[in-house]
Write a protein that binds this ligand. Sequence first.
Ligand SMILES: Cc1cc2nc3c(=O)[nH]c(=O)nc-3n(C[C@H](O)[C@H](O)[C@H](O)COP(=O)(O)OP(=O)(O)OC[C@H]3O[C@@H](n4cnc5c(N)ncnc54)[C@H](O)[C@@H]3O)c2cc1C
Length: 449
Amino acid sequence: MATEEKSGAEPYRVLVLGAGFGGLYTAVLLSRILGKRAPHVWITVVDRQNYFLFTPMLHSVATGALEPRYVAHSIRKIFRKTRVHAHVGQIERIDLENRQVITAHRALPYDELVISLGSETNFFGNRDLERRAFTLKSLDDAVRINNHIIRQFERAYWEEDPAVKRALLTFVVVGGGPTGVELAGEIYEYAVRELLRDFGRRIERSFIRVVLLEATGRILPSLSELLSTEAIRRLAEIGIEVRLETRLESWDGETVRLSTGESLAAGTLIWAAGVKTNPLVRELPLDRDPQGRIIVRSTLESKSMDHVWVLGDNAHAVDPFEQKPYPPTAQTAVRQARVVAHNIAARILKRPERTFAHHHVGGFVSIGDNYALLSAKQFTLTGILGWFLWNLVYIHKLPIVRYRLFSTFGLLLKVLFERATTEIDLCPKGSRRDGEVDSVRERERRRAG
Ligand SMILES: Cc1cc2nc3c(=O)[nH]c(=O)nc-3n(C[C@H](O)[C@H](O)[C@H](O)COP(=O)(O)OP(=O)(O)OC[C@H]3O[C@@H](n4cnc5c(N)ncnc54)[C@H](O)[C@@H]3O)c2cc1C
């Protein structure tokens, strides 16, 4: 029988929504802080998937460098030695008035609620793009991109028309933030170093084109100006075209139209140009910012409602040093989790609460194989050392030692062995990208026939 059930006291329910960087770390840390104290406290984490997705390495799955299980870690295993319960199910509604959360299976009451449901891709109302473009937010997205890239090579292999061949092998990534930059770098390396070896008999390197579009005048705004320039140099060096101050106007599955008036024939477009907060959060009757994020106090409790804690991509928490909201990153979410866990325990154990004030020291971005840019305070590092540190820091972020070892093993596999070029498409037939994103030639045939 669980400790909580044996205690006999009225249960005090801490309900954590989301097993991502914010939610998972809050639950595990809270369990650690409480230890064997307050056995009447029940900690439950609710998520629609039973794994914790390690997003910083998702682009490696999209480009055949890592198998999905190296970035999707079972939450049941993570919670095994803790007091945390997992409830796997889709959250349908958050009922603040009656202090309960409605999932696909049941209503879950709470005394303390932690909201960390993350964000979703923002297409800024462009329905066509939403229907057609690839995104990189979930494991499913990563596997789909990987399959699509391989399929484009399979189609290009026997294509006789050089223009069609080129279009099939043109990959446009929109968004010069870390996700766009890292993904563009990995796609190029994947195409040129791996796929070309398998398909090289009928495909030349000159057919492969990776274009990174950025609407503003610089990429990687979270890094220094110097590193941003260095990133452009590196991208150009490995063969990626970076277009600054260039907006995407439209993509019909074949042709990308740009704000410069230019058009590119491209069979792939990946949208990495914006996120918006989770729809469940956007409809809550709490003080929110224009992006829909909940405004929190410095303790990370909602400004307008006690016992509701918000963190990660869902929180509008102001950085007291910079006087602007913290960026939506895993780094921020994990740091905030420490404060939320501490404060919930403090409330239960009647101790003083803490405030969240973290000085953002810099960031990391990997670009292709064995290269990363790192900036921390006055310190900058580039190249293979940066790449090594990038991996070390991210693997260290995993919540349990077993998964750190597992991911290090995955990394070793990535370094020692070739990337996978097997198309294993387990997506259900008729899913939107099966129908929407198709080869230029096949679309032509369908139209004609
Ligand atoms: C490709 C990619 C690469 C990234 N790389 C980096 C990086 O290198 N460094 C960095 O600092 N940040 C990175 N980020 C950003 C980082 O992943 C997010 O900022 C971070 O995950 C936010 O944490 P969170 O807890 O708010 O949300 P998440 O970690 O997204 O967790 C939200 C959880 O809520 C669950 N959920 C959502 N809606 C429902 C529902 N209705 N019902 C049930 N469950 C639900 C989801 O399944 C998910 O598990 C990256 C993001 C992406 C997409």
